[in-house]
Write a protein that binds this ligand. Sequence first.
Ligand SMILES: [Zn+2]
Length: 352
Amino acid sequence: MNRIGQDATHGDRSSVSRRDLLKGLAASAAGALLPTGAMVAQTARPALGPIDVHQHIGGTGGLGGDWSVQRVMDLMGKNGISSVIFSNAGTGDLLYTGDASGRAFARKFNENAAKIVSDHPKIFGFFAAIPFPDSDGSLKEIEYAYDTLKADGIGILSSIGDAYPGNAKFKPSWEEMNRRKAVTFTHPWVPKCCLTLFPEARDSVERDFDTTRAFTNLLYTGTLAAFPDIRYIVNHSGATLPVLAGRIKDRVPGAATTGGKLPTAGITPLTPKGVFYELQKLYYECAHAAYAAPIAALRAFVPTSQLLFGTDFPAEDPSSTVEELKKRNLPPDVLRALYRGNAERLFPRFKV
Ligand SMILES: [Zn+2]
């Protein structure tokens, strides 16, 4: 497929002038500060609204349920969203088999997503799924996703079977993603270790704790420092990372503060630039975590340049994030960066 050619065919943003851009951004920021429900009357998808980096494909090709591209577009209009980047979610058992079935699952997801994107290239994008435990399969899928399907990045789940993503067996895939300067989107998954301990909590706290474990693991294994050209996106306002970052810092292997008292003392530091440097270079999307406390913690921990917008539809109603964000009274420049300015840096093809 030729996305560039199809962009020209759709041409839905090519004629927008700089003045329209600035007007649109101002309107978008102002709209975010309107009272709840004030934007409901707006049904057409805006050209300069937020770029949603956290959505999933539902229906028979994905999470199931009543899902269609038209329904996504209707919700985008209702909530003032301009573009959506889809990713795989909740299918780790099918994807991370380590055999041919995992490769087939990844291929099917990616080709289905690429078809939706090719039909609406300026509206949609996708993070390709890779069968992570299968190194050769993952390398082949990264190549196919980027070179043939023109994926916008790579999606991984927070835990992979019994391992976290910094495990040495995944190194070839990280090397390749770093070589391609990939944008990676990490989606929460319920870890095997905790699946049965407290099953009622799997969709509330377990997923966010798994995100926290995944990035702590990427930090402690030196993965974040070893692959600096990857642009990593963390889900749900960083889960508990912004709040726990200080405690994580003081326990990282080789941390100066161990003072020889902890068993990890003396190990060569895996984060030569420091823990905060590594965690503050990550990007954080705010899907279903735009409540007062997570946004306050996130803004206290990372600069505005690292904030992204997400909704987690169809797992969550997009209005839950949109309406909560309106209540945060964020300054217009912060909203502009969070809604689309930072995403345009990561995904320049969505730039107006
Ligand atoms: Zn999700």
